[in-house]
Design a protein around this ligand. Sequence first.
Ligand code: BDR
Ligand code: CA
Length: 315
Amino acid sequence: MSGAPWYFDCDTGIDDALTLGLLVAEGADLKGIGSVSGNLSAAGGARNTLDLMALMGRPDVPVAVGAHDPIGGVFGGGAEFVHGANGIGEVELPHVGEPVAESAAAMLVRLAHEHPGTLRVLAVGPLTNLALALELEPELPSLVADVVIMGGAALVPGNVSAVAEANIWNDPIAAQAVFDAAWPVTMVGLDVTMLARFEESHRTELAAGGAAPAALAAMLDVYFQYYTPILGRPSCALHDPLAAAIALGVVVPTLAPVAPVEVDTTDGPGRGQTLVDLRGRFVGYPAQPDVRHTVPLEIAEGFGDRLLESLLRLP
Ligand code: BDR
Ligand code: CA
C-alpha cells in the first residue's frame, strides 16, 4: 500500500471499475477522481465512478467530470461492444451523489498545489485531462511525484489497430504531451496487461463475495463475452487494474526498462502507436539518466489471484 495522495483519472469502464475496487481495497489515499471520454462519455464515466465508489463505501471521494472531446478532435462514441452501453456491463447501480463543479484538469492542478512533490497520478483512460492540466499549469510536472498510465504497446500488437492501444489511440496528441512533460511516466501497456487475466474461476469466486464484488462479477459477463474469442477461453485481460497494482507496488514488474516513448500523432495507419526505443535490449538496457519513461515488459504470473484477494475485501 502507498501512503501517498493520489489523483485517479479514468473512463469507467469495466476494468476501470475493478481498478476502483483495487484502489479502495488497498487503502489508496484518493484525493480526487477525474473522468474522461473513452469507454463512454466523460459524464457517463463520472456517473459510474460515483455509483461504484458509494457501493464500495467511499462516497466521500470527490469526482470531477473531465474532457468530453480529445485535443483537437471530437469524441467518437465509446466502446459499447467491450463495456456495454452504460460502460459497466448493463449493471444498474443506485445513483449516489453528484460530480463536483470543477473540471478534472482543474482538480488535478489544485491537488498538485495542495500536495507539492507528493501527489501521484494514475491515469487509465485517454490522457486528455492530463494534457489540459499541463496547459493550465506549466509547472505541473515539478509538482507531481510521478505519473503511471495504462496505455500503449511496445513489442506487442495494438488492440484498436495493428499498432495502437485504445487509450492512446483515442487522444494521441494528449498522450504525446504527457510523454513530453518533465515528469516520470510509467507506461503500463499491452505488453504486460494482456498477460494479466481473470479466469472463469476468479469471476465465480468474486460473485460469491459482498455487494460490491458481486456487482463487479456481474459486469464481467459483458467483458468476458468480448475477450473470450480474443483469448481463446472464458477470461479477460486486466488492463487498468494491473496499472494500479504496479503504481501501488502490489505488482513489481520483472523487466521494466527505462526507454524513451514517442506517439504517432498522425491520422495514418500508425495513429496512436507508441514508439518505444528499446535498442538497449541486447546489452541489458543500460541506464539512461536523462530518460523519464519506464516501460514494464514482463510480469510474473498470478495477478488475477492477487486482484481477487483484494476485491473480496470490499463490502
Ligand atoms: C484500455 O482501453 C479501455 O477500454 C480499458 O478501460 C483500458 O483502459 C485498454 O486498451
Ligand atoms: Ca480505462
